[in-house]
Design a protein around this ligand. Structure first.
Ligand code: AMP
Ligand code: MG
Length: 421
């Protein structure tokens, strides 16, 4: 081990050449993970949030029948006047789900509702607002085009066409899309199994009394929330005490049952920080420092077949490092393609304190300025223990590694939270 590699990564110094950049870290992580094996067939509703294991092709034309896009009258375009008006006799009505049985001939119209199949002989729909009607007949002027207000069979999807590709995550729109094809079950990759625990002698669970210097374990709750949102199968292993033996035993147990093991805390080089040395002893350390704030001590490696993420202990660091590094890995392992977070530019309303040396993820709130330009305001104190900043904020203000203090009015990169994963 070089002296560089054992420097304390949690202190507040700046450039540290043993740290990876965020991009290098993400690349290394993505290169080291692959899609989990195994898939399952689920009812459509149960597949919400899951990733398709195979392509979905349309078994039908959508729509199946040429139908009306409007409430009005179906006619033959050949009968429409080029100038003046024309009269059509109304011979019946077509409803959605109750088609008109006959066929329309010359100068005949069928009253038609939105979604009703176009009656035989007709090819054009005149909106009801555009006709004069006396009940038995309608009068139409020369302002209409052949085929107007008609939805052609197969115009949405053609039979046999690939509708969704393997790797697509099923959201609400996809459930509807698949249902519109009459498909009730889909093949999805199995959930990625994630085991996690918190480390720290100071941690107490909710309901336990707090002694001097003790705090409630919040990281297992944010991790639970983020893992649920990511669609993972969750194995919560509780709080593990700061002893080498306890950490080693918990890591071995977790790695035996999970695809991914996540810990929080104990990853810097304090006297009670055993994560990295145990990882080196029972698995492999890929890297353990990233030039970012919050979250510099961040261990990535493997234990047996499981991938391992040792997140820092500070609550904000846990969320930032999960979103930036763990989420793309889980996405890939679930069979989908990770996408970089949407990054926009906004004008900062306040000074942003920063020193060059690490990429920072400060917490901000977005709004539109008086001149219409997107503006961002930092949430205040940016300490990595200030979890309420994550609740107040709706975006990260992402400041590049080399950038220093930013003056009000400058443009900065922001990542809106809703688009972060
Ligand atoms: P560590 O990385 O273990 O040195 O922890 C860094 C800071 O995060 C310390 O102030 C810890 O008390 C705090 N911390 C660690 N784990 C948790 C947790 N599960 N919930 C809340 N705070 C934590
Ligand atoms: Mg600790």
């Amino acid at each position: 081990m070089t002296p560089m590699a054992i420097r304390d990564p949690s202190c507040d110094d700046d450039f540290d050449h043993a740290s990876l950049t965020c991009n290098e870290a993400i690349e290394r992580i993505l290169a080291a993970v692959e899609v989990v094996e195994g898939h399952e067939r689920l009812h459509l509703r149960a597949a919400l949030g899951r990733v398709l294991a195979g392509d979905i092709h349309s078994p039908v034309d959508v729509p199946q029948h040429t139908n009306s896009a409007m409430d009005g009258y179906a006619v033959r375009a050949a009968d429409l006047p080029t100038h003046g008006t024309a009269r059509f006799t109304v011979i019946g009505t077509a409803f959605a789900g109750r088609p008109f049985d006959g066929a329309a001939g010359a100068a005949q119209a069928v009253r038609i509702m939105t979604g009703a199949p176009l009656p035989d002989g007709t090819d054009t729909v005149i909106m009801q607002e555009h006709v004069a009607s006396d009940g038995a007949a309608i009068t139409v002027d020369g302002q209409h085009q052949r085929g107007q207000n008609v939805r052609a069979a197969g115009e949405d999807l053609r039979r046999g066409q690939r509708v969704l590709a393997r790797g697509h995550r099923l959201g609400a729109a996809e459930l509807g899309l698949v249902a519109s094809l009459g498909i009730g079950e889909v093949d999805v990759t199995r959930r990625v199994r994630v085991a996690y625990f918190s480390t720290g002698d100071e941690l107490r669970s909710i309901g336990e009394p707090l002694g001097r210097g003790e705090i409630f374990d919040s990281n297992r709750y944010t991790l639970y929330g983020m893992l649920r949102e990511a669609g993972a199968e969750i194995i919560d292993m509780g709080v593990v005490r700061d002893t080498r033996e306890a950490v080693e035993q918990a890591l071995r147990e977790a790695a035996a049952v999970a695809d991914v093991v996540i810990t929080s805390g104990g990853v810097s080089v304090g006297e009670a920080d055993y994560i990295k040395s145990v990882l080196a002893a029972i698995g492999q350390v890929g890297f353990w420092k990233v030039a970012m704030k919050p979250g510099r001590p961040l261990a990535f490696g493997r234990i047996g077949r499981a991938r391992f993420f040792g997140l820092p202990g500070n609550p904000v660091s846990v969320m930032v490092t999960f979103q930036q590094f763990v989420l793309p890995a889980l996405t890939r392992m679930a069979g989908a393609a990770p996408r970089p977070p949407l990054t926009l530019q906004a004008r900062t309303t306040a000074t942003l304190k920063k020193r060059p040396g690490r990429m920072e993820f400060q917490r901000g709130m977005l709004a539109r300025g008086a001149d219409g330009v997107l503006e961002v305001t930092p949430t205040g104190d940016q300490g990595s223990g200030i979890l309420h900043s994550m609740s107040t904020a709706d975006c990260y203000i992402v400041l590049d590694i080399g950038c220093g203090r930013v003056e009000p009015g400058s443009l900065v990169d922001v990542q809106p939270f809703t688009a972060a994963g």
